[in-house]
Write a protein that binds this ligand. Sequence first.
Ligand code: NAG
Ligand code: NAG
Length: 344
Amino acid sequence: MHVKSLTGFLLLAQKVHAAQTVLRFGCSQVVIERLDPLVNPGANPSPHVHQVHTLQNAFNALIPAESDVSQLANCTTCSFSEDLSNYWTANLYFKARNGTYKRVPQIPNRFLDGEVGGMTIYYTSPYDGSKSTAFKPGFRMLAGNADQRATGGVTKWNAICFRCYNAKNFGGDDRAPCSDSKVDSVSLPTKACPGGIRTTIRFPTCWNGKDLDSPDHMSHVSYPATKTFEENGPCPATHPVKLPQLMFEVIWDTASFNDKSLWPADGSQPFVFSTGDSTGYGQHGDYVFGWQEGVLQKAMDAGCFGASCKALKTQAFTAANKCAVPDTVREPVEGWIPRLPGQV
Ligand SMILES: *[C@@H]1O[C@H](CO)[C@@H](O)[C@H](O)[C@H]1NC(C)=O
Ligand SMILES: *[C@@H]1O[C@H](CO)[C@@H](O)[C@H](O)[C@H]1NC(C)=O
């Protein structure tokens, strides 16, 4: 199916230090619905549509605080089978000139066949080869801010980036996010992208060392005090514990919506997140840690690279794709819909 051996691809996750670990693996999409156990626990439906990766019976409107989801879930859509974490993001929609919306599908990642939709997950240890402390059971956090509509905030750490692929097959190129201002932006691209749009979300990499969560799901963690994680920026004194860098990569298959006669008459770009955000500054990701006991720390210390790691068990997507969650919200999220679910 998809090209797995793009020469340029390695650059995105290139190890710069022999002891560095870069786990890079795919997770099929498990459900698309309006639930958000992190920001709107217990609310069914939540304010906007998300796509969720991983888990069967643990993704729910409410995941009890501090619970170890690796004990609640019994399957995963990720290729590393000991990873029962929940990863979710807002969905992208195309808004046609006549005012109706259609969900934009995703292009699966390219290193293992058989993934359905989904995203690629990265866990990267520090670039200087030093150790990181893996997340603890019950840990959760949020990256980005659904209400942001202008530059600033997390864009300072290149936490959200968009790559406009100028050709099919990932534009033949997959360099690190925010590395080339000709094709990268911190807001949604303003022109048609023939190969689709890649969005990346980088999570905070410094932890206060004690809280598994915080009321805003962010203040227990922090981005580096100066510079970025990629530049080996130091953690602030308030959040001294170095975490692996978690990154989500989602590639939106926008190519079938590139007919300009369907775009807004004023020439503006037609894509909008399920939050109602047409700028892209509000792109965000949610994380509920759920690796089985001790496994992520072992992998982060093993110097692994890519989608195979001797310290970890893997499963084929034929098995992973059997992991399903019933849609509990039951409302149309597919086809041409008159409004974004939950939005006015
Ligand atoms: C997981 O749990 C669900 C519901 O509790 C059950 O229906 C399913 O058979 C279980 N799957 C596995 C692989 O154990
Ligand atoms: C709106 O536009 C889309 C894209 O051209 C089309 O497929 C759909 O049928 C239209 N819906 C209505 C209600 O006109």
